[in-house]
Design a binder for this molecule. Structure first.
Ligand code: ATP
Ligand code: MG
Length: 364
């Protein structure tokens, strides 16, 4: 069996590892030579929208998936007649624009924050006043790691936020949520319609970037767990989805509010490699190739810490027991995700203690 992966970052690399363990042949498409995934699998050097390169990828693949949600959709049509693209472009299209994404959430019955499309300074002034509270102005497309966002606390902040983002494409205004915490749920749907759900994960961000996760989310009520599952289930069914999907959530007094989803494996699920019996990466590979999904069983409470910026020395990290180090073969750069650490222990408090120790070590 052969899997083609569009995108050669760390997600592609971890997908390749999972596929290779199953004896599946992997080819990566990425314009950057010797990219993170290209270091561990065959690579076609080419842009995501190069239809010749896409056809070349199709010629050596039984199914194609992607690790990046901003792949241009139109050129993908060159593929679909030849080999299945999973997940299908429907989910990709909805996730690429925060307005269609949040509208979809509402359509399937999920709660979201208040939001409005904003196309002019006048729109922004009007919508900000109508929301009656602090807000965030965001680019509708291509935002990641908190980029393309401006806070608006008072009417006086409105012009600065507008002028900061007006040239970044269409914008959306969102009301800021006073959430209790942030959660994420990852689920997979197979080509046969079977679904698999991972335990709900608590996520912590630092400077808009995912910093650490803890799974299962501590002290999660059954009600919230069920709501998270039902949200992601609605989305999978509505999109007739095949593959892994990650849904980012806010837990608030009125229950869960959906923030955004990723039609792919996600940083909030990296912990599933060590923390469960079938990782998000393996399930994505299985789903893409039409294989049965793995039912992910929890091995124990698991924490994950992102490594951002400089590549740390290995030895001090590896001196810790029950700790797995993942480095992505990327060079260090401020704000760049270059690896992560996973800790699995017998109890949640032990996980937290060790993650705190590792965090101190890395921050030093
Ligand atoms: P990602 O790295 O997940 O792709 P992103 O750049 O697409 O992030 P969001 O997930 O929308 O952006 O926002 C990043 C973070 O900013 C959220 O995880 C949350 O901490 C905060 N945030 C975003 N929207 C809101 C909101 N409406 N209310 C409160 N906090 C918010
Ligand atoms: Mg996010």
């Amino acid at each position: 069996m052969r899997l083609g992966i569009i995108g050669g970052g760390q997600l592609g690399r971890m997908l390749a590892h999972a596929a290779q363990r199953l004896g599946i042949d992997v080819t990566i498409l990425d314009a950057k030579e010797n990219c993170s995934a290209g270091q561990v699998a065959r690579q076609i050097v080419g842009a995501y929208d190069d239809t010749d390169k896409l056809r070349e990828l199709a010629a050596v693949s039984d199914a194609i998936t992607y690790e990046f949600e901003n792949v241009p959709i139109e050129p993908l049509a060159a593929l679909d007649e030849k080999v299945p693209l999973r997940p299908a472009p429907k989910g990709l299209a909805a996730a690429q624009d925060r307005l269609t994404e949040k509208t979809l959430f509402r359509t399937v019955g999920m709660q979201t924050t208040d939001f409005a499309a904003v196309d002019s300074l006048e729109d922004l002034e009007r919508e900000f006043a109508a929301m009656n509270g602090t807000c965030i102005l965001k680019t509708r497309r291509f935002g990641y790691d908190g980029k393309g966002q401006a806070r608006i606390d008072t009417q006086e902040d409105v012009p600065a936020a507008w002028y900061e983002l007006e040239d970044s494409g269409p914008l959306i205004l969102e009301k800021r949520i006073d959430f209790k915490r942030e959660l994420a749920i990852i689920a997979a749907r197979g080509a046969d319609g079977n679904e698999a759900f991972y335990p709900v994960t608590q996520t912590h961000h630092r400077n808009g970037i995912l910093h650490r996760t803890l799974a299962p989310a501590p002290a999660l009520s059954d009600e919230i767990e069920q709501q998270a599952r039902s949200y992601v289930d609605k989305l999978l069914k509505r999109l007739d989805y095949v593959g892994v999907l990650a849904l980012e959530l806010f837990e608030a007094d009125r229950g869960l509010l959906a923030n955004e989803f990723a039609p792919r494996v996600h940083n909030s699920g990296h912990w599933t490699i060590e923390g469960t019996t079938c990782s998000q990466f393996e399930n994505q590979v299985r789903a893409a190739l039409g294989l049965p999904l793995g039912e992910p069983m929890l091995r124990g409470p698991t924490g994950m810490l992102n490594l951002i910026g400089d590549v740390p020395p290995r030895a001090p990290i590896l001196a810790h027991p029950n700790t797995a180090l993942h480095l992505y073969g990327k060079s260090g750069r401020a704000g760049r995700k270059i690896g992560h650490i996973t800790v699995t222990e017998a109890t949640e408090s032990k996980v937290l203690k060790r993650i705190d120790e590792l965090e101190t070590l890395i921050d030093a």
